[in-house]
Design a protein around this ligand. Sequence first.
Ligand code: SF4
Length: 210
Amino acid sequence: MQQNEDLHLITGTWLPVMEEFYSLQGEGYNTGEAAYFVRLGGCDNGCLWCDAKESWNALAHPLVGVDDVVERATKFRARSVVVTGGEPLLYNLNYLCKKLSEQGFKIYLETSGSEPISGSWDWVCLSPKKEHPPLPPIYHLANELKVVITSPDDLEFAEKNAREVSKNCHLFLQPEWSARDKIIPVIVDFILQNPAWSISLQSHKYIRIP
Ligand code: SF4
């Protein structure tokens, strides 16, 4: 039984899914767009401010057949799927991307970049974490760089990462939700001085959608 599960994970035909839901993208460049969200379980980055801590333990989430996930996504009108986590790149995502592409979906990845890339993506949102910095190959694939800012020190980390991405990559600073009242003025001031950056707000939390 365990052998079968390992094989499914290796081939990417089954994945530990924490939740699936249809909603609007709340953050970053594609804010406001309808999409089907697939949140995979498993992450060992350990961000203190993580708002998806229930995702960390992959074993707490059932292995779900990718064909079934794709089938459920087709029931909704939007033709976009956001694959998020947890850290989705802990898994081989080639099969998931292939099946979604065959159904005509645009496929969006949200990742810290801490694991090797797999899958073929229409949009990569790289959200680097200090504790587990991205592996270098992901930088040139990133369409957007979204750095969560909890304190002024994080701006230096954001600039360091911005030096690694391509010149077409969109740059976002996102206030960490619990620190937002203190940190938003710092971010606004920084962007006024560094207009290559934009602010990303977790709009789904303001309008209370998933
Ligand atoms: Fe949470 Fe994402 Fe950090 Fe993992 S990388 S601990 S899921 S915020």
